[in-house]
Design a protein around this ligand. Structure first.
Ligand code: HEC
Length: 103
């Protein structure tokens, strides 16, 4: 019985890691909260508000990595979130902006 729990724990751990570099649905769900808390004011709930010269996410051509850099370091009127969000949160919220852009 004890082994079973250890095994289930391992499965949960592997699932939480999302199999390496990809962003899991759980991370995206958490990123939605991050986004609503920190990003909606300028980017809007659908990523199309485009306040202060921000680009609509649906028109953005930036890659996942480039988005992470903008979010971490900021750019022009965009706030730098490197000191506010954890690296995993930045990664997840960057992926979330890609998802928003598809809508
Ligand atoms: C104070 C307003 C503001 C907030 C808050 C803000 N942004 Fe921005 N964001 C901007 C502006 C302005 C730009 C355009 C920067 C420029 O001039 O290059 C931008 C650009 C971006 C870009 C690059 C888009 C592109 O294709 O050029 C991404 C990605 C982005 N923001 C994501 C986020 C995320 C994620 C958050 C929340 C963690 C966030 N932003 C919070 C104002 C904001």
């Amino acid at each position: 019985m004890k082994q079973l729990f250890v095994f289930l724990g391992l499965v949960a751990f592997v699932m939480a890691c999302g199999g390496g570099d990809s962003v899991s649905p759980e991370m995206l769900a958490a990123a939605e909260k991050t986004y609503k808390q920190h990003c909606v004011v300028c980017h809007g709930p659908d990523g199309k508000l485009a306040l202060n010269g921000a680009k609509k996410f649906s028109e953005s051509t930036l890659s996942q990595g480039e988005r992470e850099t903008v979010i971490k370091n900021g750019r022009n009127l965009m706030t730098a979130f490197g000191g506010i969000l954890k690296p995993e949160e930045i990664k997840a919220v960057a992926a979330y902006t890609i998802e928003l852009g598809k809508k």
